[in-house]
Design a protein around this ligand. Structure first.
Ligand SMILES: NC(=O)c1ccc[n+]([C@@H]2O[C@H](COP(=O)([O-])OP(=O)(O)OC[C@H]3O[C@@H](n4cnc5c(N)ncnc54)[C@H](O)[C@@H]3O)[C@@H](O)[C@H]2O)c1
Length: 356
């Protein structure tokens, strides 16, 4: 590699930020020089672990005193926008990593993406399944038609919620469907335990039912206690096609496949890529920077995944199917209609025996 390493900094150094910090320090393509975190104890431990790192108590201070080529935004979703907008003002800025979910609302996520695009800056969103040998091989097999025409992807996810983990699963589903446009979303959310996670209110248990314009169904069950129906698994993906089935288990290596080539079913464990996770995304960002060709397919998919999450929440809140494009959704007037209650014989409505 001829180009000198790109200088990099990280804002928000908790679990997500550390994945970026570790990836940057392991990669020869980067030199990690600065980090910002609100918490003094986090800054102290970073200084012990990364002796050459300069640390700051706010991103503004960091950007002013230690501008870098690349900034990784790893705070909670509600603060992503203001940090990104400040970072892209830096004359040194050449590319960004923005954590998933891009924002706490799809409209904000769209503003972030548009602001970055308007500067022609490369950007990555670190969805790990895009970088793992198992999930990448599953995507390729499905797109190559090895299980026939894809009909549905079912996801069962124990102990995690739609917005924080489900967004990775939805991004995977979009990749496995070649990012085919979404037609509609229906969501149901039990919130009885008032569970929160990663700075957000989340569901106790939920199901998100998505249909794309080709009729493929994406069914995602998330929540605090989900009984995954392959024993011993915490997360399950089941991809059903007209000529076969593939199942895999989130971050775990390996998948099972049943199709014409493997009529008795086979478990295949691909060798992991030498570089995966945040480092693979960041090195991909470096390539985009050096080639001068930003590629927005991944951030766009992440934004669609966020739209699906928000659509599911709105569907439950307004008791309606949310049709896409999501940006044109208008909430219906509230309805007193209660499925399962006797119809009084008056008061309007539509006769379901005369649908034509
Ligand atoms: N891609 C992944 O695999 C992955 C994994 C974990 C977390 N994440 C994402 O990372 C983000 C953060 O989650 P987390 O689990 O790291 O949370 P966390 O609580 O572990 O860490 C967040 C850190 O950000 C700091 N912080 C908050 N606001 C800040 C601000 N305005 N300026 C500077 N520092 C600030 C906090 O002090 C804290 O240290 C979320 O969007 C989460 O979804 C992604």
């Amino acid at each position: 590699m001829d180009s000198p390493p790109l200088t990099a900094s990280v804002v928000g150094c908790g679990t997500g930020g550390r994945l970026s910090l570790e990836a940057l320090s392991a990669s020869p393509l980067f030199r990690i020089v600065a980090a910002a975190d609100l918490r003094p104890e986090v800054r102290e431990s970073l200084e012990r672990e990364f002796p050459d790192l300069r640390t700051f108590g706010s991103h503004q201070e960091m950007l002013a005193h230690c501008p870098t080529d690349v900034v990784c935004v790893s705070t909670y979703p509600p603060s992503h926008e203001s940090i990104v907008l400040d970072a892209i003002e830096l004359p040194s800025m050449r590319g960004l990593l923005v954590e998933k979910p891009l924002a706490d609302a799809a409209a904000t996520g769209r503003r972030i993406l548009n602001a970055i695009k308007s500067r022609n800056l490369p950007m990555v969103v670190p969805h790990g399944l895009r970088t793992r040998a198992t999930s990448v091989e599953v995507i390729n097999r499905v797109l190559d038609g090895e299980i026939g025409e894809l009909r549905s992807i079912e996801v069962q996810c124990d102990k995690w919620d739609l917005l924080n983990a489900g967004i990775h699963w939805l991004d995977f589903c979009l990749a496995a469907t070649d990012e085919t446009l979404i037609a509609s979303v229906l969501g149901a959310f039990d919130t009885s335990t008032r569970t929160y996670r990663d700075g957000m209110q989340v569901e106790t248990v939920a199901v998100t039912y998505v249909e794309n314009v080709k009729g493929v169904r994406l069914i995602v069950q998330t929540g605090d206690f989900i009984r995954v129906n392959t024993p011993g698994k915490k997360t399950l993906f089941r991809l059903v096609g007209t000529n076969g089935i593939i199942e895999f288990w989130g971050w775990e290596r390996g998948y099972s496949i049943l199709n014409a080539q493997y009529p008795a079913g086979e478990v295949i464990v691909p060798e992991e890529f030498p570089v995966f996770g945040h480092r693979r995304h960041l090195e991909n960002l470096a390539m985009q920077i050096w080639s001068g060709t930003p590629e927005y397919r991944l951030p766009e998919s992440s934004l669609t995944a966020l739209e699906i999450c928000e659509a599911a929440f709105l569907s439950w809140q307004h008791r309606c199917q949310v049709r896409f494009p999501f940006a044109s959704f208008v909430a219906p007037t509230p309805s007193e209609w209660e499925p399962g209650k006797p119809y009084s014989g008056s008061g309007g409505g539509r006769d379901g025996r005369k649908l034509g």
